[in-house]
Design a binder for this molecule. Structure first.
Ligand code: ACM
Length: 263
């Protein structure tokens, strides 16, 4: 399966421009599945709730998801994209999954990072997986990576590829994904943004280096720190089904949950 991470500088409060930038990068090269950054249409650094009222969209009826559905339908592709979602009284830091058949589902970020907690409600639904062609996709968003339970949950559900829309700030994730993938024997596609959100009172720099990581922990491809790019790789995703480490060890059946303290 040809998987592509879309990396660019998402401009704060410029949803149409951000959508156009993402689509033009995606039009450069055909892929089965495109992963876009977290909050790719709105930008990241909100400074008050009114901004979310203006920028968050209903899922799946908002303009951005509709445009992604059109692209997916026209190109016969899947897309996982980070979206600021408005639902009733709540805002969620979400990722939608659409494919050529239309809207497939939404994941609402479970582990909110830093000031996200001021505006967003944490996702209240457990991790889940979606079938896409002959593989299973899991979705987590950015800071979810720091909790090993996120990818473990998705791997135990049968995910072959972890789709990982991101706006990474800390410098650790890309290297940590080596271990996350190795300890779960799954592929991961981390689509990170570049650039800076500068809101006068506060500013954040993002780390770029979008990355596709293999189930043996190999970094298959990594983008630059500061250039927009489409990071494309053909992935033998079925390889993630093999959890055998050697003749005597199997990653999942060798687990001893009776001896773990998880609460
Ligand atoms: C993050 O979760 N956007 C750091």
């Amino acid at each position: 399966m040809r998987v592509a991470c879309v990396q660019f500088d998402c401009q704060f409060a410029k949803p149409q421009e951000n959508l156009a930038t993402a689509l033009s990068l995606m039009e450069n090269e055909r892929a089965d599945l495109y992963i876009l950054p977290e909050l790719f249409h709105s930008g990241y650094l909100f400074v008050d709730e009114q901004e979310l009222h203006e920028l968050a969209e209903p899922v799946p009826d908002g303009k951005t998801v509709q445009a992604l559905e059109d692209f997916a339908h026209k190109n016969g592709s899947g897309i996982v994209a980070g979206i600021a979602e408005k639902s009733g009284e709540h805002f969620y830091n979400s990722a939608v999954f659409v494919d050529e058949t239309g809207f497939r589902g939404v994941y609402r970020k479970i582990h909110l990072y830093d000031r996200e907690k001021l505006w967003f409600a944490p996702g209240e639904a457990p991790f889940e997986i979606w079938s896409f062609r002959d593989v299973n996709l899991g979705i987590m968003i950015c800071f979810d990576w720091i909790f090993p339970e996120s990818m473990r949950s998705l791997a135990l559900l049968g995910a072959d590829l972890i789709c990982h829309p991101s706006n990474l700030v800390l410098p650790y994730c890309q290297n940590a994904m080596v271990t996350r993938c190795l300890e779960n024997r799954v592929f991961a596609a981390t689509a990170n943004r570049i650039g800076r959100d500068d809101r006068d009172v506060i500013a954040i720099d993002f780390t770029g280096q979008s990355q596709i990581t293999g189930p043996d922990g190999s970094i298959l491809v990594r983008a630059s720190k500061d250039q927009p790019s489409l990071l494309v790789q053909d992935l033998p995703l079925q390889q993630a089904r093999n959890k055998q480490i050697n003749e005597y060890n199997q990653l999942f059946t060798d687990r001893r949950p009776d001896f773990y303290h998880l609460d």
